[in-house]
Design a protein around this ligand. Structure first.
Ligand code: ATP
Length: 209
């Protein structure tokens, strides 16, 4: 069974704005990328896979079940990176601790948080508000939060490379490749040539013109 199965998915916003049909499967240890011009539907497909939107045609399944991001079962297994939002009165460290504790890491939460801050170049910014970070560092905070839970078996990433410099983009590819090697499935919407080159599968949504 694939981790993600999308069967003839269509999302119709009306007025000729229609995404799909698109069909694909992502299996364990695969890194699939959604490629396409601006407005081609990459973010929409990711929202369909999260269950944040429902398809107008076709079907989507995650481990054979209808996805619902609001369900605990889904959140325990699936890491989702989209627009990074934060609590203004919590520090970077406190955000990541919240994620770690929320994912049941308890006595390992502090160590895992320290690991994620180090991996994502956030250690020097541990005690500041996310809103004081540069856009690239705030993006790295979102990536750190997605990487913290170790039990996550599927990562859904909407333009993870956004605002990252060349060094961080190279690090991102290495990190996702390592995560993949441990069996995690990855589906990313991207414009990044580095991620496109590293992917095992490319899902092309074309160019809406
Ligand atoms: N909530 C919505 N209501 C109406 N139209 C929408 C909505 N969300 C997306 N669309 C339309 O669906 C199409 C696909 O948008 P989407 O954001 O999925 O594209 P994308 O490939 O992620 O683009 P980009 O590369 O610019 O981020 C666009 O025409 C967009 O205007």
């Amino acid at each position: 069974m694939g981790v993600v199965t999308a069967d003839r998915l269509v999302r119709d916003f009306g007025g000729g704005r229609r995404v799909g049909p698109v069909a694909f499967e992502v299996g364990e240890g695969e890194m699939a990328v959604l490629r396409g011009g601006n407005g081609s539907g990459k973010s929409t497909v990711l929202r369909l896979i999260c269950g944040e939107e429902l398809p107008d045609e076709g079907e989507v399944a995650v481990w054979g079940r209808r996805p619902r991001r609001s369900e605990r079962w889904f959140r325990a297994r699936v890491g989702v990176l989209d627009d990074v939002s934060a609590f203004p009165d919590l520090t970077v460290r406190e955000h990541l601790m919240l994620v770690a504790v929320g994912h049941g890491l308890r006595d390992r939460a502090a160590a895992r948080t320290a690991w994620a801050m180090d991996a994502c170049r956030l250690t020097d910014h541990a005690d500041v508000s996310p809103y004081k970070l540069s856009r690239g560092l705030r993006q790295l905070l979102g990536i750190a939060a997605v990487l913290i839970p170790e039990e996550t078996r599927l990562l859904l990433l909407d333009e993870p490379e956004r605002h990252l410099d060349a060094r961080a983009r190279a690090w991102l590819v290495d990190t996702l490749t390592a995560r993949r090697a441990s069996g995690t499935a990855i589906l990313a919407a991207t414009h990044s040539p580095e991620l496109l080159a590293a992917a095992s599968t490319t899902i092309d949504l074309g160019d809406p013109g």
